[in-house]
Ligand binder design. Structure first.
Ligand SMILES: [Cu+2]
Length: 164
């Protein structure tokens, strides 16, 4: 019975990605450290600042090891303002430069380069489009940079995910 319900919440997690429903997941009632694997889903929504090459939400915080459902709502109206959200495995100018530059060669993969520093990435969202992804937050508390890898954007379009 218990295994079944865990399985059901995993299924729910997978289907949530598509429909954006706000159904609750069954989270463990215990508050012990060992329950980290059954943390509730945190939901994060990020938008661009209008037609600027900039995120409106330049930081958010999640719990270590938790499941995160991140929605990027591209509210821009300018055709050049295609965006994504690419979360890196750390922070620092070197990593940002490397991934941002490599992305230029990854047009066929929605500008997401094959690089170990890519922790999670949304699809590319056209103006007016909303994309969602689900990922597991790192188990290591710290700061993690996110960038838009659409050509020309990563220098300006950055934010910080804090894991606590
Ligand atoms: Cu962008």
């Amino acid at each position: 019975m218990r295994i079944l319900s865990v399985f059901a919440s995993l299924l729910l997690l997978m289907t949530l990605t598509g429909c954006g429903s706000d159904a609750e997941t069954s989270s463990a009632s215990g508050d012990t450290a060992s329950s980290a694997a059954t943390e509730a889903v945190s939901e994060v929504t990020i938008k661009p600042a209008g037609n600027q090459m900039k995120y409106e939400q330049e930081d958010f915080t999640v719990e270590a090891g938790s499941e995160v459902m991140l929605t990027f709502d591209n509210v821009s109206t300018s055709a050049a303002m295609k965006h994504n959200v690419v979360i890196l495995t750390g922070t620092g100018e070197d990593m940002v430069q490397r991934v941002g530059t490599a992305a230029l060669q990854a047009a066929e993969n929605e500008y997401i380069p094959e690089d170990d520093a890519v922790l999670a990435a949304t699809d590319l969202a056209d103006p007016g489009e909303t994309v969602t992804m689900t990922f597991t937050a790192p188990s290591e508390p710290g700061t993690y940079t996110y960038i838009c890898t659409f050509p020309g954007h990563y220098m300006m379009m950055q934010g910080t995910m804090t894991v606590v």
